[in-house]
Design a protein around this ligand. Structure first.
Ligand code: ATP
Ligand code: MG
Length: 405
């Protein structure tokens, strides 16, 4: 008999401390796990107050476990064997598991628990019987009650018996969505996906807002943002991708304002539009990848000029990080190699050589008076295109972009 894990039991993370919101948290986490595991159609997910159960139904354990390791809100999980409630079966199963794990000097213990009180052995008797079975199979093995190498947990429930011995550490954090929703300003660069990841970690669901300026920006730039968004789905499930038509605004800015102010004006429009989209879609905050001092445009003065168009809280998760720290995280979450693909986004193309490091609000407002700001913003908002991105590769979309490139 080849033993196969039948189920994965998930322990909740920080949310166990959240009192009466507990069920709301748990349901959110369950839905996130369902989204992420949707690529394994045979897998079923259920949740109760204490545990979430992932039933493999024949799916391979390893890839599912790999997916679970990324989902925020999971503290740890245990893969479990489900076996018949029969003493003889339990004995041969623990023997087989221990033979498989055995190496010289290995210590073990059996921790039984009986929630079906009609079962013929109580937990003490089970420990004894199954422990003896292990000694029978492996006479050299040592039992050890404190910190054994293997703690074989046996649970007798109404419907079956469950055996587990492995504990896998989860990603921690909070289930995505439990903190509310934010709009992530997602370029094709290195920083904004990392900012999105950090927001997700603290339970903020994100919708990705991406500004595209075709024909100045290529379908490749759009695909980059799309692919980056898909990378972010593995931490908590599907993400809405919002493409904003930005060409008209960039042309207007280019025509009406001096070169040194292009960057500031562009960013102010982006911020206004993102905020309008946030309002319509009931987000609570804006998240972006701004950081300090990497380029001349990333000064506090510049941040202030850009931020002046809204009172909505703007979360900047990477603002105090060094570029190398950001890159390290980007590599860890597997976005770095996408971000460095050479497709220019709208900012790069319209960026002046020497952006103003200290933009004057008075000047900025002067230039904006030359444009129909509100109408431009509303037209862009009316033109957005929303796509739901799932963890599953989107071959059709990829092919469409390939054809355009
Ligand atoms: P990133 O690596 O995220 O592109 P950056 O270091 O290049 O950031 P900037 O180009 O100054 O910094 O952009 C600052 C932030 O503005 C980005 O992190 C992103 O949140 C937002 N942003 C810039 N361009 C776009 C775009 N085309 N679509 C959406 N958001 C954008
Ligand atoms: Mg950039």
């Amino acid at each position: 008999m080849e033993l196969q894990y039948s189920e994965i039991m998930i322990r909740y993370g920080e949310l166990s401390t959240k009192g009466k919101n507990r069920m709301r948290f748990i349901n959110k986490l369950r839905r996130n796990i369902q989204d992420v595991l949707a690529v394994y159609p045979e897998v079923k997910v259920t949740a109760d107050r204490d545990r979430c159960h992932v039933f493999l139904n024949g799916a391979a354990y390893e890839p599912v476990a790999e997916s679970l390791k990324h989902i925020f809100g999971i503290q740890a999980f245990n893969p479990v064997y489900r076996v018949a409630k029969d003493v003889a079966v339990l004995k041969t199963t623990v023997q087989e598991i221990m033979r498989d794990l055995y190496r010289e000097g290995l210590t073990f213990k059996i921790s039984s628990k009986r929630s079906d009180h009609h079962f013929e052995l109580d937990s003490r008797e089970l420990n004894h019987t199954l422990g003896s079975a292990v000694f029978e199979a492996l006479p050299q093995i040592t039992a050890q009650m404190k910190q054994p190498d293997v703690n074989l947990k046996v649970e007798i429930r109404d419907e079956a018996a469950y055996i587990s011995h492995e504990e896998v550490k989860g990603a921690g954090g909070l289930p995505v969505g439990t903190a509310g929703k934010g709009m992530l300003m997602l370029s094709g660069g290195i920083d904004s996906p990392v900012a999105g990841f950090l927001a997700l970690k603290r339970g903020v669901a994100i919708e990705a807002v991406h500004f595209a300026s075709p024909p100045y920006t290529s379908p490749g730039a759009l695909k980059k943002a799309h692919d980056l968004t898909r990378k972010l789905t593995k931490f908590g499930g599907n993400i809405q991708f919002i493409e904003v038509p930005f060409t008209e605004i960039q042309e207007e800015i280019k025509e009406k304002a001096p070169e040194a102010y292009l960057m500031t004006l562009t960013r102010r429009f982006m911020m206004r539009i993102t905020d309008r989209i946030r309002e319509e879609r009931e987000g609570l905050v804006i998240v972006n990848g701004e950081s300090l001092g990497q380029v001349a445009s990333q000064t506090l003065e510049s941040m202030q000029a850009i931020n002046a168009v809204t009172t909505t809280p703007v979360i900047r998760p990477v603002v105090t990080m060094d570029k190398l720290e950001i890159i390290e995280l980007a590599e860890k979450i597997d976005t770095f190699n996408i971000s460095i693909q050479p497709f220019e986004d709208c900012c790069t193309i319209f960026a002046p050589d020497r952006p103003k490091t200290n933009p004057k609000i008075k000047n900025v407002e002067q230039y904006e008076k030359r444009m129909a700001v509100d109408e431009l913003v509303e037209r862009a908002v009316a033109g957005i295109k929303v796509t739901e991105i799932t963890p599953k590769e989107d071959d059709e979309w990829d092919q469409m972009i390939e054809d355009l490139l």
